[in-house]
Design a protein around this ligand. Structure first.
Ligand code: NZQ
Ligand code: ZN
Length: 393
Protein backbone atom coordinates (compact mmCIF):
# COMPACT_ATOMS: atom_id res chain seq x y z
CA UNK A 1 0.00 0.00 0.00
CA UNK A 2 1.26 3.51 -0.88
CA UNK A 3 1.20 6.56 1.41
CA UNK A 4 -1.98 8.62 1.11
CA UNK A 5 -3.87 11.70 2.25
CA UNK A 6 -7.62 11.13 2.44
CA UNK A 7 -10.23 13.75 3.19
CA UNK A 8 -13.92 13.40 2.24
CA UNK A 9 -15.48 16.70 3.30
CA UNK A 10 -18.81 16.44 1.42
CA UNK A 11 -21.81 16.02 3.67
CA UNK A 12 -24.17 13.53 2.00
CA UNK A 13 -27.84 13.95 2.93
CA UNK A 14 -29.41 10.74 1.75
CA UNK A 15 -33.05 9.73 1.50
CA UNK A 16 -36.66 10.52 0.73
CA UNK A 17 -37.79 14.13 0.88
CA UNK A 18 -34.32 15.62 1.52
CA UNK A 19 -34.66 18.04 -1.41
CA UNK A 20 -37.76 19.57 0.18
CA UNK A 21 -35.64 20.96 3.01
CA UNK A 22 -32.75 22.14 0.86
CA UNK A 23 -33.44 25.71 2.04
CA UNK A 24 -32.90 24.72 5.67
CA UNK A 25 -29.67 22.98 4.72
CA UNK A 26 -28.33 25.91 2.70
CA UNK A 27 -29.47 28.72 4.98
CA UNK A 28 -26.53 28.53 7.45
CA UNK A 29 -24.14 28.72 4.49
CA UNK A 30 -25.52 31.46 2.22
CA UNK A 31 -27.93 34.37 1.86
CA UNK A 32 -27.86 34.62 -1.94
CA UNK A 33 -27.22 31.71 -4.30
CA UNK A 34 -26.86 30.85 -7.96
CA UNK A 35 -29.33 28.07 -8.80
CA UNK A 36 -27.69 26.18 -11.67
CA UNK A 37 -29.45 23.48 -13.73
CA UNK A 38 -29.61 21.73 -17.09
CA UNK A 39 -31.88 21.54 -20.08
CA UNK A 40 -35.22 21.36 -18.31
CA UNK A 41 -35.72 17.90 -16.79
CA UNK A 42 -36.02 19.45 -13.31
CA UNK A 43 -38.89 21.62 -14.50
CA UNK A 44 -40.71 18.66 -16.07
CA UNK A 45 -40.41 16.55 -12.93
CA UNK A 46 -41.54 19.29 -10.54
CA UNK A 47 -38.22 19.28 -8.70
CA UNK A 48 -37.54 22.89 -9.68
CA UNK A 49 -40.74 24.11 -8.00
CA UNK A 50 -39.99 22.21 -4.80
CA UNK A 51 -36.46 23.60 -4.64
CA UNK A 52 -37.64 27.18 -5.21
CA UNK A 53 -40.34 26.83 -2.54
CA UNK A 54 -37.89 25.49 0.00
CA UNK A 55 -35.22 28.13 -0.74
CA UNK A 56 -37.74 30.97 -0.56
CA UNK A 57 -39.24 29.76 2.69
CA UNK A 58 -35.75 29.91 4.18
CA UNK A 59 -35.35 33.49 2.99
CA UNK A 60 -32.61 32.70 0.45
CA UNK A 61 -32.25 35.07 -2.52
CA UNK A 62 -32.01 33.20 -5.84
CA UNK A 63 -30.23 34.04 -9.07
CA UNK A 64 -30.83 31.45 -11.82
CA UNK A 65 -28.78 30.01 -14.66
CA UNK A 66 -30.16 27.00 -16.53
CA UNK A 67 -29.23 25.48 -19.87
CA UNK A 68 -26.22 23.31 -18.98
CA UNK A 69 -25.72 20.74 -21.76
CA UNK A 70 -24.33 17.23 -21.29
CA UNK A 71 -20.56 17.63 -21.78
CA UNK A 72 -20.85 21.10 -20.19
CA UNK A 73 -19.54 23.99 -22.23
CA UNK A 74 -16.98 26.64 -21.35
CA UNK A 75 -19.14 29.44 -22.80
CA UNK A 76 -21.87 28.90 -20.17
CA UNK A 77 -19.19 28.76 -17.48
CA UNK A 78 -18.07 32.24 -18.57
CA UNK A 79 -21.69 33.47 -18.38
CA UNK A 80 -22.04 32.00 -14.89
CA UNK A 81 -18.83 33.64 -13.67
CA UNK A 82 -20.00 37.10 -14.80
CA UNK A 83 -23.43 36.54 -13.24
CA UNK A 84 -22.03 35.44 -9.89
CA UNK A 85 -19.67 38.41 -9.75
CA UNK A 86 -22.39 40.88 -10.73
CA UNK A 87 -24.94 39.47 -8.27
CA UNK A 88 -22.38 38.75 -5.52
CA UNK A 89 -23.77 35.31 -4.73
CA UNK A 90 -22.18 33.38 -1.89
CA UNK A 91 -22.90 29.77 -2.93
CA UNK A 92 -23.78 27.81 -6.07
CA UNK A 93 -26.52 25.18 -5.84
CA UNK A 94 -26.25 22.68 -8.71
CA UNK A 95 -29.45 20.70 -9.31
CA UNK A 96 -28.83 17.94 -11.84
CA UNK A 97 -26.19 15.46 -12.93
CA UNK A 98 -22.45 15.57 -13.45
CA UNK A 99 -22.67 18.16 -16.22
CA UNK A 100 -24.54 20.68 -14.07
CA UNK A 101 -22.34 20.03 -11.05
CA UNK A 102 -19.13 20.33 -13.09
CA UNK A 103 -20.31 23.57 -14.66
CA UNK A 104 -21.09 24.89 -11.15
CA UNK A 105 -17.61 23.93 -9.92
CA UNK A 106 -15.90 25.69 -12.83
CA UNK A 107 -17.97 28.82 -12.22
CA UNK A 108 -17.18 28.63 -8.50
CA UNK A 109 -13.42 28.71 -9.23
CA UNK A 110 -13.73 31.27 -11.99
CA UNK A 111 -15.38 33.88 -9.76
CA UNK A 112 -12.10 34.39 -7.89
CA UNK A 113 -9.74 33.69 -10.77
CA UNK A 114 -8.05 36.65 -12.40
CA UNK A 115 -8.02 35.60 -16.06
CA UNK A 116 -9.77 32.99 -18.22
CA UNK A 117 -10.64 29.95 -16.07
CA UNK A 118 -9.82 27.72 -19.06
CA UNK A 119 -6.14 28.49 -18.30
CA UNK A 120 -6.28 26.38 -15.13
CA UNK A 121 -7.72 23.42 -17.07
CA UNK A 122 -4.73 23.65 -19.43
CA UNK A 123 -2.01 24.27 -16.86
CA UNK A 124 -3.43 22.30 -13.88
CA UNK A 125 -2.03 25.03 -11.65
CA UNK A 126 -3.82 25.21 -8.28
CA UNK A 127 -6.57 27.75 -7.65
CA UNK A 128 -6.51 29.59 -4.33
CA UNK A 129 -10.23 29.53 -3.61
CA UNK A 130 -13.74 28.97 -4.96
CA UNK A 131 -17.32 29.70 -3.99
CA UNK A 132 -18.88 26.83 -2.04
CA UNK A 133 -20.87 24.38 -4.18
CA UNK A 134 -23.86 22.36 -2.97
CA UNK A 135 -25.75 19.81 -5.06
CA UNK A 136 -29.06 18.05 -5.46
CA UNK A 137 -28.18 14.96 -7.51
CA UNK A 138 -30.65 13.73 -10.14
CA UNK A 139 -28.62 10.92 -11.75
CA UNK A 140 -26.19 8.42 -10.23
CA UNK A 141 -23.25 8.42 -12.64
CA UNK A 142 -20.41 10.94 -12.49
CA UNK A 143 -19.73 10.90 -8.76
CA UNK A 144 -19.23 14.66 -9.09
CA UNK A 145 -21.49 15.16 -6.06
CA UNK A 146 -18.55 14.24 -3.83
CA UNK A 147 -15.48 14.56 -6.04
CA UNK A 148 -13.00 17.41 -6.37
CA UNK A 149 -13.11 17.12 -10.18
CA UNK A 150 -14.74 19.19 -12.87
CA UNK A 151 -14.74 18.21 -16.55
CA UNK A 152 -15.42 21.00 -19.04
CA UNK A 153 -15.60 21.10 -22.84
CA UNK A 154 -14.02 24.00 -24.67
CA UNK A 155 -16.37 23.80 -27.64
CA UNK A 156 -14.35 26.19 -29.80
CA UNK A 157 -11.15 24.17 -29.42
CA UNK A 158 -12.89 20.75 -29.27
CA UNK A 159 -11.06 19.93 -26.03
CA UNK A 160 -12.52 18.25 -22.96
CA UNK A 161 -10.29 18.64 -19.89
CA UNK A 162 -10.57 17.58 -16.27
CA UNK A 163 -9.37 19.72 -13.36
CA UNK A 164 -9.08 18.73 -9.72
CA UNK A 165 -9.03 20.92 -6.62
CA UNK A 166 -10.05 20.41 -2.99
CA UNK A 167 -11.70 23.85 -3.17
CA UNK A 168 -14.46 22.57 -5.46
CA UNK A 169 -15.41 19.46 -3.53
CA UNK A 170 -19.10 20.10 -2.75
CA UNK A 171 -19.86 21.15 0.81
CA UNK A 172 -23.09 19.17 0.80
CA UNK A 173 -24.97 16.90 -1.58
CA UNK A 174 -28.58 15.84 -1.35
CA UNK A 175 -29.28 12.36 -2.69
CA UNK A 176 -32.90 11.24 -2.78
CA UNK A 177 -33.10 8.06 -4.89
CA UNK A 178 -36.70 8.95 -5.82
CA UNK A 179 -35.28 11.72 -8.01
CA UNK A 180 -33.76 9.03 -10.26
CA UNK A 181 -37.16 7.48 -11.13
CA UNK A 182 -37.61 9.74 -14.17
CA UNK A 183 -34.32 8.87 -15.90
CA UNK A 184 -34.56 7.54 -19.45
CA UNK A 185 -33.16 4.02 -20.03
CA UNK A 186 -30.06 5.17 -21.90
CA UNK A 187 -28.98 7.50 -19.09
CA UNK A 188 -29.39 4.70 -16.54
CA UNK A 189 -27.05 2.51 -18.60
CA UNK A 190 -24.53 5.29 -19.28
CA UNK A 191 -24.49 6.03 -15.56
CA UNK A 192 -23.85 2.38 -14.67
CA UNK A 193 -20.94 2.16 -17.14
CA UNK A 194 -19.43 5.38 -15.78
CA UNK A 195 -19.69 4.30 -12.14
CA UNK A 196 -18.13 0.93 -12.97
CA UNK A 197 -15.33 2.68 -14.81
CA UNK A 198 -14.60 4.87 -11.78
CA UNK A 199 -13.96 1.66 -9.88
CA UNK A 200 -11.96 0.02 -12.70
CA UNK A 201 -9.66 3.04 -12.96
CA UNK A 202 -8.68 2.47 -9.33
CA UNK A 203 -8.97 -1.32 -9.11
CA UNK A 204 -6.59 -2.33 -11.91
CA UNK A 205 -3.24 -1.48 -10.36
CA UNK A 206 0.26 -2.81 -10.00
CA UNK A 207 0.37 -1.78 -6.32
CA UNK A 208 0.42 -4.81 -4.01
CA UNK A 209 -0.98 -5.34 -0.49
CA UNK A 210 -4.28 -3.61 -1.18
CA UNK A 211 -6.66 -6.19 0.29
CA UNK A 212 -9.12 -3.73 1.80
CA UNK A 213 -9.55 -1.50 -1.25
CA UNK A 214 -9.59 -4.55 -3.58
CA UNK A 215 -12.53 -5.89 -1.59
CA UNK A 216 -14.32 -2.53 -1.47
CA UNK A 217 -13.89 -2.17 -5.25
CA UNK A 218 -15.24 -5.65 -5.89
CA UNK A 219 -18.26 -5.10 -3.61
CA UNK A 220 -19.00 -1.79 -5.32
CA UNK A 221 -18.83 -3.40 -8.77
CA UNK A 222 -21.09 -6.28 -7.74
CA UNK A 223 -23.57 -3.82 -6.24
CA UNK A 224 -23.66 -1.78 -9.43
CA UNK A 225 -24.07 -4.86 -11.63
CA UNK A 226 -26.83 -6.29 -9.46
CA UNK A 227 -28.86 -3.11 -9.22
CA UNK A 228 -28.57 -1.41 -12.61
CA UNK A 229 -30.72 -4.08 -14.34
CA UNK A 230 -33.23 -3.89 -11.47
CA UNK A 231 -33.58 -0.12 -11.82
CA UNK A 232 -33.99 -0.53 -15.58
CA UNK A 233 -36.68 -3.17 -15.13
CA UNK A 234 -38.59 -1.08 -12.62
CA UNK A 235 -37.83 2.63 -12.61
CA UNK A 236 -39.55 3.04 -9.25
CA UNK A 237 -37.42 0.47 -7.44
CA UNK A 238 -36.30 2.68 -4.55
CA UNK A 239 -34.04 -0.01 -3.11
CA UNK A 240 -32.16 -0.51 -6.38
CA UNK A 241 -31.72 3.24 -6.86
CA UNK A 242 -30.51 3.60 -3.26
CA UNK A 243 -27.78 1.05 -3.88
CA UNK A 244 -26.81 2.67 -7.17
CA UNK A 245 -26.73 6.17 -5.69
CA UNK A 246 -24.59 5.23 -2.72
CA UNK A 247 -22.30 3.01 -4.81
CA UNK A 248 -21.82 5.83 -7.33
CA UNK A 249 -20.62 8.16 -4.60
CA UNK A 250 -18.32 5.55 -3.07
CA UNK A 251 -16.98 4.76 -6.54
CA UNK A 252 -15.64 8.28 -6.99
CA UNK A 253 -15.12 10.00 -3.63
CA UNK A 254 -11.51 8.87 -3.53
CA UNK A 255 -11.75 6.11 -0.93
CA UNK A 256 -11.36 3.19 -3.35
CA UNK A 257 -8.12 4.58 -4.75
CA UNK A 258 -6.33 5.15 -1.48
CA UNK A 259 -2.91 3.54 -1.17
CA UNK A 260 -2.83 2.29 -4.76
CA UNK A 261 -1.58 3.67 -8.07
CA UNK A 262 -4.47 4.47 -10.39
CA UNK A 263 -4.98 4.21 -14.14
CA UNK A 264 -7.47 6.62 -15.80
CA UNK A 265 -6.46 5.71 -19.38
CA UNK A 266 -10.06 4.85 -20.35
CA UNK A 267 -11.31 8.19 -19.08
CA UNK A 268 -8.62 10.08 -20.95
CA UNK A 269 -9.34 8.15 -24.16
CA UNK A 270 -13.08 8.78 -23.71
CA UNK A 271 -12.71 12.52 -23.23
CA UNK A 272 -11.29 12.71 -26.75
CA UNK A 273 -14.43 11.04 -28.15
CA UNK A 274 -16.74 13.44 -26.29
CA UNK A 275 -14.66 16.50 -27.22
CA UNK A 276 -15.11 15.99 -30.96
CA UNK A 277 -18.27 13.89 -31.25
CA UNK A 278 -20.20 15.00 -28.12
CA UNK A 279 -20.89 11.38 -27.15
CA UNK A 280 -22.32 10.51 -23.72
CA UNK A 281 -19.40 9.82 -21.37
CA UNK A 282 -20.72 6.45 -20.12
CA UNK A 283 -21.42 5.23 -23.65
CA UNK A 284 -17.83 5.98 -24.68
CA UNK A 285 -16.50 4.17 -21.62
CA UNK A 286 -18.61 1.08 -22.32
CA UNK A 287 -17.06 0.85 -25.78
CA UNK A 288 -13.47 1.46 -24.66
CA UNK A 289 -13.20 -0.53 -21.44
CA UNK A 290 -13.28 -4.14 -22.73
CA UNK A 291 -10.79 -3.27 -25.50
CA UNK A 292 -8.48 -1.58 -22.97
CA UNK A 293 -8.69 -4.70 -20.78
CA UNK A 294 -7.72 -6.97 -23.67
CA UNK A 295 -4.85 -4.65 -24.63
CA UNK A 296 -3.28 -4.34 -21.17
CA UNK A 297 -4.13 -7.48 -19.17
CA UNK A 298 -0.74 -9.15 -19.72
CA UNK A 299 0.82 -6.43 -17.54
CA UNK A 300 -0.88 -7.95 -14.51
CA UNK A 301 -2.64 -11.23 -15.23
CA UNK A 302 -3.35 -12.06 -11.54
CA UNK A 303 -5.30 -8.79 -11.17
CA UNK A 304 -7.52 -9.68 -14.14
CA UNK A 305 -7.97 -13.26 -12.91
CA UNK A 306 -9.04 -11.86 -9.52
CA UNK A 307 -11.54 -9.60 -11.28
CA UNK A 308 -12.92 -12.45 -13.38
CA UNK A 309 -13.43 -14.68 -10.35
CA UNK A 310 -14.46 -12.20 -7.64
CA UNK A 311 -16.59 -9.85 -9.74
CA UNK A 312 -17.68 -11.70 -12.89
CA UNK A 313 -18.21 -15.05 -11.17
CA UNK A 314 -15.87 -17.04 -13.43
CA UNK A 315 -15.04 -20.53 -12.20
CA UNK A 316 -11.56 -20.30 -10.67
CA UNK A 317 -10.66 -23.89 -11.46
CA UNK A 318 -9.64 -22.98 -15.02
CA UNK A 319 -5.96 -23.86 -15.48
CA UNK A 320 -5.33 -21.14 -17.99
CA UNK A 321 -5.17 -17.58 -16.52
CA UNK A 322 -5.57 -16.02 -19.96
CA UNK A 323 -8.76 -18.02 -20.49
CA UNK A 324 -10.13 -16.92 -17.10
CA UNK A 325 -9.32 -13.31 -17.99
CA UNK A 326 -10.99 -13.58 -21.40
CA UNK A 327 -14.08 -15.15 -19.85
CA UNK A 328 -14.27 -12.25 -17.34
CA UNK A 329 -14.06 -9.67 -20.14
CA UNK A 330 -16.60 -11.59 -22.26
CA UNK A 331 -19.02 -11.55 -19.32
CA UNK A 332 -18.47 -7.81 -18.87
CA UNK A 333 -19.30 -7.30 -22.57
CA UNK A 334 -22.44 -9.41 -22.10
CA UNK A 335 -23.44 -7.27 -19.12
CA UNK A 336 -22.98 -4.07 -21.14
CA UNK A 337 -25.02 -5.62 -23.98
CA UNK A 338 -27.80 -6.44 -21.49
CA UNK A 339 -27.87 -2.73 -20.62
CA UNK A 340 -28.07 -2.01 -24.37
CA UNK A 341 -24.81 -0.09 -24.28
CA UNK A 342 -22.85 0.34 -27.53
CA UNK A 343 -19.76 -1.75 -28.22
CA UNK A 344 -18.20 -0.01 -31.24
CA UNK A 345 -17.14 3.47 -32.24
CA UNK A 346 -19.35 3.10 -35.30
CA UNK A 347 -22.40 2.84 -33.03
CA UNK A 348 -21.29 6.15 -31.47
CA UNK A 349 -21.20 7.74 -34.91
CA UNK A 350 -17.39 7.81 -34.98
CA UNK A 351 -15.49 6.84 -38.13
CA UNK A 352 -11.77 6.60 -38.94
CA UNK A 353 -11.37 10.29 -39.77
CA UNK A 354 -10.14 11.63 -36.42
CA UNK A 355 -8.77 8.47 -34.77
CA UNK A 356 -5.12 9.41 -35.11
CA UNK A 357 -5.78 13.01 -34.12
CA UNK A 358 -7.66 11.87 -30.99
CA UNK A 359 -4.93 9.38 -30.08
CA UNK A 360 -2.26 12.08 -30.35
CA UNK A 361 -4.35 14.59 -28.38
CA UNK A 362 -4.99 12.07 -25.61
CA UNK A 363 -1.30 11.72 -24.75
CA UNK A 364 -0.22 15.24 -25.64
CA UNK A 365 1.80 13.94 -28.61
CA UNK A 366 -0.05 16.46 -30.80
CA UNK A 367 1.66 19.37 -29.01
CA UNK A 368 5.06 17.67 -28.91
CA UNK A 369 4.95 16.96 -25.19
CA UNK A 370 3.85 13.34 -24.91
CA UNK A 371 2.78 12.12 -21.47
CA UNK A 372 1.71 8.46 -21.78
CA UNK A 373 -1.65 7.50 -20.30
CA UNK A 374 -2.34 4.88 -17.69
CA UNK A 375 -0.87 3.34 -14.59
CA UNK A 376 -1.13 -0.38 -15.25
CA UNK A 377 0.51 -0.08 -18.66
CA UNK A 378 1.90 3.14 -20.13
CA UNK A 379 0.02 3.92 -23.32
CA UNK A 380 1.62 6.07 -26.03
CA UNK A 381 -0.42 7.52 -28.86
CA UNK A 382 0.25 4.46 -31.04
CA UNK A 383 -1.23 2.26 -28.26
CA UNK A 384 -4.29 4.49 -27.99
CA UNK A 385 -4.74 4.35 -31.76
CA UNK A 386 -4.48 0.54 -31.64
CA UNK A 387 -7.22 0.45 -28.98
CA UNK A 388 -9.45 2.80 -30.98
CA UNK A 389 -8.94 0.54 -34.03
CA UNK A 390 -9.87 -2.58 -32.04
CA UNK A 391 -13.36 -1.15 -31.51
CA UNK A 392 -13.83 0.70 -34.79
CA UNK A 393 -16.73 -1.53 -35.84
O1 NZQ B 1 -30.19 18.60 -18.78
P1 NZQ B 1 -31.40 17.94 -18.25
O2 NZQ B 1 -32.66 18.37 -18.89
O3 NZQ B 1 -31.47 18.02 -16.74
O4 NZQ B 1 -31.29 16.37 -18.63
C1 NZQ B 1 -30.23 15.53 -18.26
C2 NZQ B 1 -29.24 15.28 -19.39
O5 NZQ B 1 -29.87 15.34 -20.64
C3 NZQ B 1 -30.76 14.15 -17.98
N1 NZQ B 1 -31.22 13.96 -16.60
C4 NZQ B 1 -30.49 14.10 -15.47
N2 NZQ B 1 -31.24 13.75 -14.40
C5 NZQ B 1 -32.47 13.42 -14.87
C6 NZQ B 1 -32.46 13.55 -16.28
N3 NZQ B 1 -33.55 13.27 -17.03
C7 NZQ B 1 -34.66 12.84 -16.39
N4 NZQ B 1 -34.73 12.67 -15.04
C8 NZQ B 1 -33.66 12.93 -14.26
N5 NZQ B 1 -33.72 12.71 -12.93
O6 NZQ B 1 -29.67 13.29 -18.19
C9 NZQ B 1 -28.82 13.82 -19.20
C10 NZQ B 1 -27.38 13.63 -18.83
O7 NZQ B 1 -27.03 14.44 -17.73
P2 NZQ B 1 -25.48 14.63 -17.34
O8 NZQ B 1 -25.41 15.56 -16.18
O9 NZQ B 1 -24.70 14.98 -18.55
O10 NZQ B 1 -25.07 13.14 -16.90
P3 NZQ B 1 -23.93 12.61 -16.00
O11 NZQ B 1 -24.26 12.74 -14.57
O12 NZQ B 1 -23.63 11.27 -16.53
O13 NZQ B 1 -22.68 13.58 -16.24
C11 NZQ B 1 -21.81 13.41 -17.32
C12 NZQ B 1 -20.69 14.43 -17.23
O14 NZQ B 1 -19.92 14.21 -16.02
C13 NZQ B 1 -18.54 14.22 -16.37
C14 NZQ B 1 -18.55 13.59 -17.74
O15 NZQ B 1 -17.33 13.79 -18.41
C15 NZQ B 1 -19.73 14.27 -18.39
O16 NZQ B 1 -19.35 15.54 -18.90
N6 NZQ B 1 -17.78 13.52 -15.31
C16 NZQ B 1 -17.51 14.21 -14.20
C17 NZQ B 1 -16.76 13.68 -13.17
C18 NZQ B 1 -16.47 14.46 -11.95
N7 NZQ B 1 -16.74 15.75 -11.96
O17 NZQ B 1 -15.98 13.93 -10.94
C19 NZQ B 1 -16.19 12.33 -13.25
C20 NZQ B 1 -16.72 11.52 -14.37
O18 NZQ B 1 -15.69 10.63 -14.77
C21 NZQ B 1 -17.19 12.23 -15.56
O19 NZQ B 1 -16.08 12.45 -16.41
ZN1 ZN C 1 -16.43 9.00 -15.51
Amino acid sequence: MLNFDYCAPTRILFGKGEENIVGTRIQPLAKKILLHYGGGSIKKTGLYDRIITSLKSSGIEIVELGGVLPNPRLSLVHTGISLCRQEQVDLILAVGGGSVIDSAKAIAMGVYYDGDIWDVFCSSKPVARALPVATVLTIPASGSESSGDTVITNEKKQLKFCYNSPHIQPVLSIMNPELFFTLPDNQVSYGAADMMSHVFERYFTNTIHTDLTDGLCEATLRTLMRNAPRALANKKDYVAWSELGFAGTIAHNGLLGMGRSQDWACHRMEHELSAIYDVAHGAGLAVLTPAWMRYVYKENVPMFVQFAINVMGVDGSYRDPAAITEEGITRLCAFFARLELPSTLKELGIDEEHLEEMAKKSTGASDGNERPLGGLKKLYWQDVLAIYRMIAE
